[in-house]
Structures are given as C-alpha cells and as structure tokens.
Design a protein around this ligand. Structure first.
Ligand SMILES: Nc1nc2c(c(=O)[nH]1)N[C@H]1C(S)=C(S)[C@@H](COP(=O)(O)O)O[C@H]1N2
Ligand SMILES: [Mo]
Length: 306
C-alpha cells in the first residue's frame, strides 16, 4: 500500500537528526544526558504541544513498555512479539449507519486528509503515564469522508484477530476481537486522533500499526490498536474491558482523579521514564484536557458514568 505520509515530510520541517541523535544518546548513554542536551522545544518544533510543555517520553519508552494483549499480557511482550504482524496491505471495513460503507484500503481512506503532529499526555488506567508525540488524522475527517447517517449515535471499533501472527489471542484473557467505542460527539472532537506514527516514524507494531485510536482525555485502554472495523451504531457498543469487568471499567473511562478504580486510587500517576524514587504526579481531570472536552459531559454524573 502507499505508506501513509504527510505531504510535508517530517524531514522537511523537523530536525530529524535531533530525533535520531536523541534516541542514539539515550540508547548509548543515560536518559539524562539525552534529554538534557536535546529535550524541550527545539527537537519538537513541528509538533503542536498539547501536553503543557512536559518532556515527551523517549521513542524507546513509547515502543518498549506497552499494553497489547493480542501479543501477550506482559509490558514487554508486544515489543517482543508484534514484529511478525503483517500491516501492509491493510483494509478497514466501514459499516453500519454510514453513507459509504465498504472495505477501504487504508491509503484510500486517509488519502489527502490533513496530517496532525501533536504531543499528548497519555494516562493508563493502571496509573502510569507517558507524553507521546503522535502523527495522525483527526477521526472526524475520516467519518466525514464516509458520511455519518443522522441516526448514528456511537462509533464502534474492532482490532484485527489473526491467531497465526498474534500469539495472545489463543488465550481467552479478553473476548476477541478487542473492541472499543465512543459516543459520536467524542469521536468527532478535534482532539480525537487516528494515529499512524510516533515521533517521525510510522507506528511501531507494538503501538498499534498501521492505525490506532488516541483519545487523550480517556484512560489508555480506549485507544484501541490495529483497527480493522469502524461501525456507526445507534446503540452504545460493547467494549472489551467493560465486558470483562463491568464494575471496574465503564463505557466512558474518562481520566478522573476523583473517581478511584475499585482496587486502586486514580489520584496520582507514575510517569514512565521517571526514576524509581521520583515523586508520583497528580492526575489531572480529563487528563488535563478539561477545558477542551469538559463540555461534552455537562450535566452527567461522572461517578456513575465512569
Ligand atoms: N487491540 C488492543 N488495543 C489496545 C490494548 C490491547 O490490549 N489491545 N491495550 C490498551 C491499553 S490498556 C493501553 S494502556 C494502550 C497502550 O498503548 P501503548 O502501548 O501504545 O502505550 O493501548 C490500548 N489499546
Ligand atoms: Mo491501559
């Protein structure tokens, strides 16, 4: 397939050497040396910083500490096992309440849509976090392209299930395929990305290549990877974690320091890459995006609709 690339190449606008340098330094020496020399604004000039100036995690952190149960439940399983996944060609089935349903080659579905480069906070429900520079397309542009019918109220997403290449799906840890869903207004929000890259690389397989959802104000599990189905529905779709443990994982799953998980607090988080003895960080309402997305939930009881 056509590798999905911005018209303006990263190398034209970003000092790519800095990225490579930074990564080499971090790999070769200590993280401290790398980030002290090359962290901060200059190296991320092409990205819109939507993480309040916080230092992005290294490419190594982002691509080596993952959750992707199709490749195993350990944090290092995806990096070890996902390399074998074939991500080209890639087809996305668009179905349900849409004007133009069909099986779309990924390149055709994305062709010509504006490419965004944004640094977002990412907060996992297990109370760790990262700051990640994503490349992607706003989901709303994809939905506009396929045409949403007026009766549609939700978007359902499904991940590929390919047992030959995904050792984890042989085990019933979740009811495969991995499923997620958004209310239509959440899906249409400009912060909601379909990511195709991190830093100036195509998405590593362990991060959900060739395309995954990113919803920065929700817990990480909403950001479903390696998407093969988009379905517009009238009913609220089933989601994997809610099906598996409904008392622990709701449909909304908005980051909320005031609503604890039944088994642990959500008030603070551990930033991946901080030293073992570093202070935990305060978790922010809607992961710091309250100003942008708070209005979507006006009048809702967020302790009930967790
Ligand atoms: N298909 C699929 N998508 C998934 C998961 C998964 O197990 N399978 N894990 C989720 C969870 S719990 C998190 S925290 C994020 C992790 O994304 P990252 O590995 O890119 O940081 O992916 C989410 N998307
Ligand atoms: Mo997660």
């Amino acid at each position: 397939m056509t590798r999905y690339r911005p018209t303006l190449r990263q190398s034209d606008v970003t000092p790519k050497a800095l990225y490579l340098n930074r990564r080499a330094l971090i790999a070769g020496a200590t993280g401290l040396v790398g980030s002290a020399l090359l962290g901060g604004g200059a190296a991320h000039a092409a990205y819109v910083d939507m993480a309040g100036g916080e230092e992005p995690n290294s490419f190594e952190d982002i691509s080596s500490y993952n959750n992707y149960y199709e490749f195993g439940t350990g944090k290092d399983d995806p990096a070890r096992n996902a390399g074998a996944l074939t991500t080209d060609p890639w087809t996305i089935r668009v179905e349900g309440l849409v004007e133009k349903p069909g099986d779309y080659a990924l390149g055709d579905l994305l062709e010509g849509l504006p490419v965004e480069e944004r640094i977002y906070r990412f907060r996992c429900v297990e109370a760790w976090s990262m700051v990640i520079p994503w490349r992607g397309i706003e989901l709303r542009h994809i939905l506009e392209r396929v045409g949403v019918q007026p009766s549609a109220k939700y978007v359902a997403f499904e991940t590929l299930v390919r047992p030959e290449e995904m050792p984890g799906v042989r085990y019933p840890v979740l009811d495969w395929p991995y499923r997620e869903g958004l209310r239509l207004d959440e899906a249409m929000h400009p912060l909601t990305l379909m990511a195709t890259g991190v830093y100036d690389e195509d998405l590593p397989n362990q991060n959900g290549a060739p395309i995954r959802l990113v919803v920065p104000w929700k817990y990480g599990f909403k950001s479903i990877k390696s998407i093969v189905t988009l379905r517009l529905t009238e009913e609220q779709p089933k989601t994997s974690w809610n099906m598996s443990q409904p008392g622990e994982y709701g449909f909304y799953s908005n980051v909320n320091p005031e609503v604890d998980h039944p088994r642990w607090s959500q008030a603070t988080e551990r930033r991946i890459g901080d030293g073992l003895f570093a202070r935990r960080r305060e978790t922010l309402m809607f992961n710091g995006y309250a100003e942008e997305v708070g209005g979507l939930y006006a009048g809702m009881d967020l302790a009930k609709n967790f």
